[in-house]
Ligand binder design. Structure first.
Ligand SMILES: CC(C)(COP(=O)(O)OP(=O)(O)OC[C@H]1O[C@@H](n2cnc3c(N)ncnc32)[C@H](O)[C@@H]1OP(=O)(O)O)[C@@H](O)C(=O)NCCC(=O)NCCS
Length: 171
């Protein structure tokens, strides 16, 4: 399996929307809503960035990072969403997506004379994705928000030390 992580292009939109609907069936009520949502996040380029995982020309996963609180010198990112198509799960695609996308984000921040302070991410308290965030970014639980989407939501934060260790770069 050869997986390449690339910045999403406009022509990837429909495939990412379909993957969004597959991975998060209850978030958008149908494919039109999923398409609208992906399109509006993609339009926020500069503040939000989609990366896709491709095997040859097939998109098998995506991750969306966005910047919170302004274009700060010490940037605070949020991993807004990640999805990998079912038949590719458990193979390390999610980890590679997060780490490669973050390395490219850090590179862009440095070119803008800024640096990454931390990455926040939220997920359902029973979602196994918590393990992914710990493994890929060294994220740790920070607090729980009761009854946010479909139940209690755990807020996790990956800070400098954990990120540097996991990404193998200096922030
Ligand atoms: C969460 C998701 C993106 C993980 O992608 P993936 O490609 O399977 O992730 P990886 O193969 O890199 O797994 C990394 C680690 O995450 C953990 N993990 C992730 N999802 C898991 C699951 N469903 N069950 C058990 N462990 C899981 C494992 O500990 C794994 O490490 P290991 O292989 O060393 O045991 C994928 O399962 C998915 O798309 N799920 C549906 C959408 C979703 O819930 N997204 C996250 C909420 S925003």
């Amino acid at each position: 399996m050869i997986i390449a992580i690339e910045e999403m292009k406009r022509e990837d939109m429909l495939r990412v929307a379909k993957l969004n609907k597959e991975c998060f069936p209850t978030d958008n009520k149908d494919i039109h809503y999923a398409l609208r949502w992906v399109d509006s996040c993609f339009s926020g380029k500069g503040r939000a960035q989609y990366s896709v995982a491709k095997e040859w020309d097939s998109i098998v996963g995506y991750v969306l990072f966005k910047e919170n609180g302004g274009f700060r010198e010490d940037a605070v990112l949020e991993l807004e969403q990640i999805g990998v198509t079912e038949s590719y799960r458990g193979l390390g695609v999610g980890t590679k997506l997060i780490q490669d996308a973050l390395k490219s984000y850090v590179h862009n921040l440095k070119a803008d004379n800024r640096k990454l302070k931390c990455v926040m991410v939220t997920t359902g308290t029973s979602n196994e994705a918590q393990k992914l965030y710990k493994k890929a970014m060294g994220a740790e639980p920070a607090c729980t928000i009761p009854e946010l989407y479909e139940g209690d939501e755990l807020v996790m934060i990956a800070r400098k030390e954990g990120l540097e260790k996991k990404l193998g770069i200096e922030l």
